[in-house]
Design a binder for this molecule. Structure first.
Ligand code: SAH
Length: 210
């Protein structure tokens, strides 16, 4: 799996500006037991660079996208990060290998509960999962050093920008239907933000909350 991810980094270096995985992300990818976060029927396929179904019509992203999103955040050991769209918990686990604390929001209760139980079984004590609407972020735990959104949003979500620290980074797929870009958003000291399109991607859409 890691060699496939390496090959994709090399192929996309012109767009992403990243020619290889950072050592921290490489180590995290090697450590997280992806086969224990996917349904048993998918376990045999867990280490291919593919998205996989995880139930409730949702998918766990391909490892390359998880690695790239994590690298774009430039995660540091003291960081507190928000993960929107817990899904299987894989992205949260990769982040938790690197940063101090991960807060993760999932809107589908069964997915969130299953992921939380598996992450606990795997020994993660620095991931807190809540069932809720990611559009709103998690204001009680803000501000965050980084935010990763793993379902496509119609636009850069203002509530999430609000919850970033100045200098904080957010990776968010933006766009409807077939045209989506993985965007990197960097919050400025004046409260505004700069953004760039990193890569065309295809995520499931973020479900609008109630
Ligand atoms: N990061 C996940 C994959 C996410 S797939 C992993 O590593 O496995 C996208 C997830 O976002 C799905 O689980 C979906 O239920 C969830 N989701 C969709 N809309 C949401 C919303 N408004 N708030 C929180 N989670 C949402």
């Amino acid at each position: 799996m890691v060699s496939e991810v390496d090959a994709l980094y090399a192929e996309t270096r012109a767009e992403t500006g990243l020619s290889s995985m950072s050592p921290a992300v490489r180590a995290a990818l090697g450590k997280v037991e992806r086969h224990r976060l996917v349904p048993a029927a998918q376990a045999a396929l867990a280490y291919r660079n593919h998205p996989l179904p995880i139930g409730s019509g949702q998918t766990i992203s391909q490892p390359y996208i998880v690695a790239l999103s994590t690298d774009l955040l430039q995660p540091q050991p003291q960081h507190v990060v928000l993960d929107v769209g817990t899904g299987s918990g894989y992205q949260a686990a990769v982040l938790a290998e690197i940063v101090k604390q991960v807060y993760s929001i999932e809107i589908v209760e069964t997915l969130g509960k299953t992921a939380a139980a598996r992450l606990t079984e795997l020994g993660y004590r620095n991931i807190e999962v809540k069932i809720g609407d990611g559009y709103r972020g998690w204001p009680e735990k803000a501000p965050f050093d980084g935010i990763v959104v793993t379902a496509a949003a119609p636009r850069v979500l203002p509530a999430l920008v609000e919850q970033l620290k100045p200098g904080g980074r957010m990776v968010i797929p933006v766009g409807g239907g077939d045209i989506q870009y993985l965007k990197l958003v960097i919050k400025r000291a004046d409260g505004g933000y700069d953004e760039r399109n990193v890569l065309p991607v295809r995520f499931v859409p973020l479900v609008p909350g109630k």
